[in-house]
Design a protein around this ligand. Sequence first.
Ligand SMILES: C[S@@+](CC[C@H](N)C(=O)[O-])C[C@H]1O[C@@H](n2cnc3c(N)ncnc32)[C@H](O)[C@@H]1O
Ligand SMILES: *[C@@H]1O[C@H](CO)[C@@H](O)[C@H](O)[C@H]1NC(C)=O
Ligand SMILES: *[C@@H]1O[C@H](CO)[C@@H](O)[C@H](O)[C@H]1NC(C)=O
Ligand SMILES: *[C@@H]1O[C@H](CO)[C@@H](O)[C@H](O)[C@H]1NC(C)=O
Length: 751
Amino acid sequence: MASIDARMANMFSDISLPYFLTISGSILISFVFVSCLFNDKARSISKFCWACFLKPFLSKDGCGDQQNNLEMFYKTQANVYDSTREILLNGRERALKLAIAHLKKKKDLVWIDIGGGTGSNIEKMDSFFPISENFTAVYLIDLSPSLCEVAKKRCQTNNWKNVHIICSDASDFKINHACADLITFSYSLSMIPTYYSAIDHAASFLDKDAIISCVDFGVQSSDTSIGRINTLGGLVNRHIPWILRNFWKIWFECDRVFLDPSRRDYLEYKFGTVKSLNLYNVTLGFIPYYIWIGVSQTEESENLMHRINALATESPYLAPVDQNKNDIVPKSKAFEAALKNFEKGLPYPSIFYQQEVWRIFFDEINPQYEQFKNQYIYAFTWEDPREDARILNLSSEDTVLAITSAGDNLLSYACLPDPPRRIHGVDLNPCQNHLTELKLAALRSLTQEEVWKMFGMGKIENFEELLITKLSPHLSSNAFQFWLAKGQKTFNIYGNGLYDTGSTRWALRLVKYLFKLTGSSDDVEELCQAKTLKEQRSIWDQKIKPILFNRFIGRLLVGNPIFLWKALGVPVNQASMIGGSILSYIIGTLDPVIDRSLISTDNYFYYLTLMGHYRKDNCPDYVSKKGYKLLSKSENSPLDRIRLHTDTLNDVFARLSKKRLTVAIIMDHMDWFDPKGVDAINEIKSLHNSLTDNGRVLLRSASVFPWYIKKFEQNGFKCEAVGVRTPGKAIDRINMYASTWVCTKISGHRK
Ligand SMILES: C[S@@+](CC[C@H](N)C(=O)[O-])C[C@H]1O[C@@H](n2cnc3c(N)ncnc32)[C@H](O)[C@@H]1O
Ligand SMILES: *[C@@H]1O[C@H](CO)[C@@H](O)[C@H](O)[C@H]1NC(C)=O
Ligand SMILES: *[C@@H]1O[C@H](CO)[C@@H](O)[C@H](O)[C@H]1NC(C)=O
Ligand SMILES: *[C@@H]1O[C@H](CO)[C@@H](O)[C@H](O)[C@H]1NC(C)=O
């Protein structure tokens, strides 16, 4: 049994006392406030308050059938229903838009709105997706005759000939169609006592590619999701603290609205979860509600088979070609999760019901993810993909594995004339993959101009609308939740934009601050517009360098390991490999870059760092017009070759069938290891297992001769330094690393 302490901690987890005290009063106060503001609405509000808050306490008659009960509740309110619910029932329009966005079929639709009340949802739908033109039939099912009356009048007013109002119970209504493309529950499931049979009945109408959606009040805690974690598709904000959970549950029960978790649980058991959102509205006293979108679990369409095939086998296991009877064949995590759910009669994990196959299944509650605190570190990728392509001569013969970071380089490989047949991105931080997914989804569904605004400038006007109506079908539930919570703020045109997020923002901020402080912001702009290398060099030498390489500034801002870690993502082990003074390392980095490439048109890395955004002719491939054209193709887009793994490299290697990879691009990742530990050796051995004969590892290091090269050579690799930084000469457009290496697996070597 849990101790009293644990219970108390649970009760107050995530909320502070003052915050709680404001909750109970706030809803009443907001209604009073609203009624004072809109005098014409005051009458309807007071009627609503009477019916909702006072009447249930004064006249309690629990018996009778549900229809009588409903009528007692709604009869006095039928006419004021819509104006009052507009305030209380949040998220209805979002849920409709989300559902339409996920429908593959977009015309001649059959829609059943269960517990549709006065038909206000039909009106909402009509405003962005015309009822008369796009639907064959719309059925509104509701048990309350007085609300059905209002709905009928609404049909007449709007002249909808294809809308049918059916006054019937949700569990046994009949319609003239065998199946529907869209079924919605909008704040009705919580009122239906026999919700299980209502859901079963709805399921019997659900067509193959149909969508079912539900928006409703509901409370859940992390305890109520135990055992079903891997089907849920999103736990963010799912846990509602004890006090709120019970307060709202009891409060609503007086109106015969039931917030118990079992309704949503049953949906998530009965259908495959496509999107899942846990929400609350601050103004309404944090009443918890959710939006959920699902599909038929028994969808035996090619689609599901295709996704299972892609996801379970490529995560990344594929039947090994060199299977030896004595080998224990590792299964992919996705395969194991799917099998487990299948055996228990549960739907597959949410990732399996997503439209795209990019994101490979990952276990959301893996404690290894907690260190990232639901944030990405890199908003852009700080390695030069042009050099990678030149060194590796990648072609469609290659299967590449690379660290995801911000995904820019994965997309650059996909833009090559003959792109690798498969590009695996690996990152332990789920948010790096969320960011990459957003880029992929944008290329799939937005115009080039929109992609440019989002990722070239880092800002766009209507992010949320785009996210819900266009991007959402191409995102996993997890990535969608992440961006719904953070995207509006990130891409806000009045904010600082995408490149002022992640830990990399500190580098950009510092540069900006430094030049502001020294009054040289104009000189920086001039540098970023230089048209020739000669001009660039002279601005640099005369105006910028004296300021930047002033010893005082260098000591103050750069000679500090904490700063390095924060701003550039350089951990301690790596910092110690740099050797010598950090200031001289930075001079050695930047000075030669000035002679190598024009910042204005050929070095988007430094352009971004100095200006905070890209230029149309100076940006990563996927942001450019040319890249967009290649990647946004509707048939055979190179995007289809990308897979995103949310895992450690070693975990991916461990489950990768042997000899699958031809190239692994591991960036400077090995610099992070402790030379005295076993991590490096383990990784080298796993790399050796996963690579084909003559397979190659490309790596970069802050050291001219990294200590782990010897370990590669002891374990079956031949290593070659393909770039070593010498004073005054840049090895690539970034020139941050002291050396670049290719380690080739020696064929026939057996360890
Ligand atoms: C809060 S209202 C929501 C109405 C509408 N969907 C909206 O979003 O504005 C809940 C509706 O569910 C209906 N309802 C409750 N129990 C029902 C049942 N067993 N069968 C059909 N409808 C029911 C009520 O009559 C009411 O119209
Ligand atoms: C919260 O509810 C109020 C009243 O319905 C609404 O005006 C407001 O837009 C809602 N806020 C959010 C963030 O949905
Ligand atoms: C839905 O109706 C609108 C308005 O007539 C129309 O422009 C649109 O093409 C229709 N959608 C589809 C998918 O047919
Ligand atoms: C690059 O790869 C292609 C195809 O694999 C090959 O034909 C070509 O010779 C290679 N070029 C170099 C420079 O290695």
